[in-house]
Write a protein that binds this ligand. Structure first.
Ligand code: ATP
Ligand code: MG
Length: 870
């Protein structure tokens, strides 16, 4: 059976059991402070389990794009080495939110596997939770009794907390689970070793395919469990593993989910899959990682240096380096796989098809830049090897290469072993651990449990219509971190505060407490459907009605920037073309940032056209038309476009200014004329085919023009008010170039003359030609002079002191024959003498330099120099 059909049968089956089929949520999470990626099918529904959102559909089924590369569920290092863990995979799931429980979940799972998919019952094993004393949890007798109706008791295995108690993270909804395992070994092997003994033992042919989780607890901050208000079912079946079973394969990579990619990798790199273990691993790594990276980019997450973007960059780099090392690919090639992938998965995930070009461009550029890093790293590593005495390379040096230059440590180890050398791995691990504990210490956040004052699940947002309100605190908790100290997170029964989201910053403001005192709200964010206000302290009486108010000025400036962002989007599509798509935006009170797909730098004329377009709409005083809670279809008819990687509810909000219509939850001005003026402050590239515009509006533009004007007048003043200031600056620059050249020539001449003078001053001491002198030269010229003198004079021991910008420098040159015959070492000389100028340095035995901060010590150092040869 083809994978397409396997997926369809799953969804059809649960549709027949009255489940609503929903599309996959994005894999990259935006605006979720607790998680970067969807790592399980339950993530898009976690607010239902927490009772923080009202359930509409009690039964849902879907296939969810998951990524397990960070946090509690991290499979990255396994991927490629084994045959059944992926970074990105599809999780098929059925859900009950307070509806059916263990009985139906077990019955339907069994029916689907054995009657629809017709998996041989004799291959199946199931596990049930054995209980856990530390959590005061009993054996899951209920699950056992249901399973017993379908499967031999002998095939029901007890499982411990690690395998049979599912938790998303260290806090949150959780519960016992029952897993279904399949034994796909040959009859011969089954006869030798019983399948039962291999369940949950990391055997590649006895694998877990489906996990049925019975959510009924919430794990609190102190580690204790409390019952959830209702019982839920959350199941997850690995789609790729299911395909392996149904297609009678021994590896996920031999199913039709992966074979087209693997054939393509074989062709492009001229390697054969299935002949050599190392090559096989590399091919699997690449076939897997291209999916994770392509889906992430399609969800709007570009590779970058921080956060989720950095995780994506690391995955791609892992693929590149496996190719580089084991498939011998020295040119970009992974980007070429995007065509195959989008052909194969674009049917079910249209975001891949629609963004194929962008994904290709971004991956190609990442490949190019990382291959350059690898090249540089190889040169640096060569240097390290040359400077290593003995066979072992310092772990510190390797760490530097890894940390500063991004050169992979396993590549370092491999290259060293090829040269018969080793790496001091202990030293490397120590450095790595030091760095990790530094960042861990900075990142530790302690979150207390919610103190619930009023169990009101829906916190009404009233901030579109008012900036002030009288509210009640419904729950609060304390959060402490090194970075921000203690903060209180407050939730109200209703709130005018806009929580960070859709690119717009969260509102700031204050709470009025007794006798005119206020508590500042420093930020507002949304977490699991709750709007959370961050305050430095807690009102003394948490049960009283409180007046809260949003910082009006900040909100207004932010609204100006948000509305301007919509006009900018419209302008870009008008001026540059319909290919422009939003790839990210950040709306603050000070400025706005907008990222969009476009292949070339914008010309000055284009930028001007874009500005003019926006300003024309500001001048036309277009009133805001806001449509709340309208069906998506209606919004689309009005001309709104859904963005990839965004999660939309059943109904949406549309914001219209004339021809500009966008799906948007943000806050806006009432009329475009409020924006006053729009000015682009920068335009740049952030990835291949993705540009960034930064702009300002309103008061900020006044300041911008004022500051620019002032700078201009100051420049003119300094230039003595020329008629044409631009020409005056160009003239100055040219004059400067000419003068620089002249000085260079003069300095060279001076050094030449100096050389003949200095030769006269050389003093023979113990058969060594000695000279120590302070000179008025810069460091480059000193070096030339030292080598010139060295060529002209045998047995030279030279120390030169120089001074520049309040700093002192020492240079030591020793003729090579002296280094050997008399065991002299310029490096040691400058290190010793460097102390006298309060500095240090080093170099090679025949030439070394030191720098320090005490020019007054130069004379002394020169006097001391003689000691080295006496
Ligand atoms: P395993 O022990 O095999 O890593 P798990 O206990 O981490 O699995 P769950 O968190 O229960 O798995 O996820 C539900 C299902 O998703 C599993 O039964 C499996 O079929 C699938 N699955 C989990 N992790 C991966 C992965 N990295 N790649 C592919 N499929 C996976
Ligand atoms: Mg796992």
């Amino acid at each position: 059976m083809k994978s397409q059909q396997i997926r369809k049968q799953f969804l059809d089956f649960f549709a027949s059991k009255k489940h609503t089929i929903v599309p996959s949520s994005p894999m990259v999470l935006k605006n979720d402070p607790t998680l970067m990626f969807t790592n399980a099918g339950m993530v898009p529904f976690k607010e239902y389990f927490l009772g923080q959102k009202t359930v509409v559909d009690k039964r849902i089924a879907d296939t969810q794009k998951c990524l397990r590369v960070s946090g509690k569920h991290n499979d990255l290092e396994e991927v490629g080495k084994d045959t059944y863990h992926h970074t990105m995979f599809e999780m098929l799931g059925n859900w009950s939110f307070g509806d059916y429980f263990k009985k139906e979940a077990i019955a339907w799972a069994w029916e689907l596997l054995t009657e629809v998919y017709k998996i041989d019952k004799d291959c199946l094993y199931v596990t049930v939770f054995e209980g856990a004393e530390d959590d005061n949890l009993a054996y899951d007798q209920e699950a056992f009794d249901f399973w017993k109706q379908y499967i031999d008791e002998d095939r029901i295995i007890n499982g411990n907390k690690k395998d049979n108690f599912w938790e998303m993270g260290s806090q949150g909804p959780c519960g016992p689970c029952s897993e279904i395992h399949v034994d796909i070994r040959s009859a011969e092997e089954k006869a030798k070793v019983a399948g039962k003994s291999l369940v949950n033992q990391d055997h590649p042919q006895v694998v877990e395919i489906w996990n049925l989780v019975f959510m009924e607890f919430n794990r609190k901050a102190d580690g204790s469990l409390e019952k959830l208000p209702a019982q839920h079912v959350d199941t997850g079946m690995g789609f790729e593993r299911l395909c392996m079973v149904l297609q009678n394969k021994q590896s996920n990579y031999d199913t039709d989910v992966f074979t087209p990619l693997i054939r393509e990798i074989e062709t492009i790199t001229d390697n054969e899959y299935g002949t050599n273990e190392k090559i096989d691993i590399a091919i699997r790594v690449i076939a897997d990682h291209i999916r994770a990276v392509a889906f992430a980019i399609a969800d709007g997450q570009l590779p970058s240096n921080t956060g989720a973007g950095y995780v994506i960059r690391r995955i791609l780099r892992r693929a590149i380096r496996y190719g580089f090392t084991f498939l011998n690919t020295k040119e970009p090639f992974i980007y070429k796989l995007v065509t195959t992938l989008s052909k194969q998965m674009g049917e079910n995930f249209s975001e891949l098809k629609a963004q194929k070009q962008l994904i290709t461009n971004v991956i190609k550029e990442e490949e190019n830049s990382f291959l350059r890093t690898l090249d540089q790293g190889l040169v640096l590593l060569d240097g390290i090897i040359k400077n290593t005495h003995g066979k072992e390379v310092s772990g510190k040096k390797a760490f530097e290469l890894f940390d500063t230059y991004g050169f992979p440590i396993d590549l370092t180890a491999l290259i060293l072993s090829e040269k018969g050398m080793t790496l001091n791995e202990e030293e490397f691990s120590t450095e790595l651990e030091k760095q990790k504990s530094r960042s861990r210490a900075a990142a530790v956040v302690e979150t207390d449990d919610w103190v619930i004052l009023d169990d009101d699940p829906e916190e009404e947002f009233i901030g579109y219509d008012t900036l002030e309100a009288k509210v009640k605190i419904t729950r609060y908790r304390k959060v402490s971190s090194k970075k921000e100290g203690n903060l209180y997170q407050l939730v109200f029964n209703m709130t005018p505060f806009y929580p960070e989201g859709g690119g717009q910053v969260g509102d700031k403001g204050y709470i009025e407490v007794s006798n005119g005192n206020v508590i500042y709200i420093v930020d507002t964010k949304k977490e699991n459907n709750l709007i959370i206000h961050f305050a430095k302290s807690l009102p003394k009486d948490t049960s009283q009605i409180l007046k809260v108010a949003v910082d009006e000025k900040q909100r207004f400036r932010t609204a100006c920037n948000h509305s301007a962002t919509h006009l900018l989007h419209q302008a870009l599509r008008e001026v540059l073309g319909e290919h422009v798509e939003q790839k990210g935006s950040a709306v603050h009170s000070k400025n706005l940032r907008f990222d969009f797909s476009h292949f070339a730098k914008l010309t000055v004329d284009e930028l001007r056209d874009v500005e003019d377009f926006v300003n024309a709409r500001i001048d036309s005083k277009i009133p805001l038309k806001e449509f709340r809670n309208i069906p998506m279809e209606t919004a689309k008819e009005k001309g709104a476009m859904a963005l990839f990687g965004e999660k939309y509810g059943d109904t949406v909000r549309a914001i219209q200014f004339g021809q500009s219509v966008e799906l948007c939850g943000g806050t806006h001005v009432q009329n475009t004329s409020d924006i006053w003026h729009f000015k682009i402050t920068s335009e740049s590239a952030i990835a291949a085919g993705v540009r960034r515009i930064e702009a300002i509006t309103s008061d900020a533009t006044k300041d911008f023009y004022f500051e620019n004007n002032r700078a201009f007048f100051e420049i003119k003043d300094i230039l003595k008010n020329p008629k044409n200031p631009l020409k005056a600056i160009l003239d100055l620059q040219e004059e400067n170039t000419v003068l620089k050249k002249q000085i260079e020539t003069l300095l060279k001449d001076k050094a030449k003359n100096l050389k003949s003078d200095l030769i006269q001053e050389v003093k023979p001491i113990n058969g060594i030609n000695f000279l120590a002198k302070k000179l008025d030269l810069d460091q480059n010229n000193v070096k030339d002079l030292a080598f010139d003198l060295g060529n002209a004079t045998d047995n030279l021991f030279l120390v030169v002191g120089t001074e520049k910008d309040g700093k002192a420098f020492l240079t030591c040159f020793i003729s090579k024959n002296l280094v050997e015959e008399k065991q002299l070492n310029a490096g040691l000389v400058v290190r010793e003498l460097g102390k006298l100028i309060q500095g240090g340095g080093g170099g090679q035995p025949f030439y070394a330099t030191a720098g320090g901060k005490n020019p007054a010590g130069i004379e002394n150092a020169l006097k001391e120099a003689e000691k080295f040869i006496l």
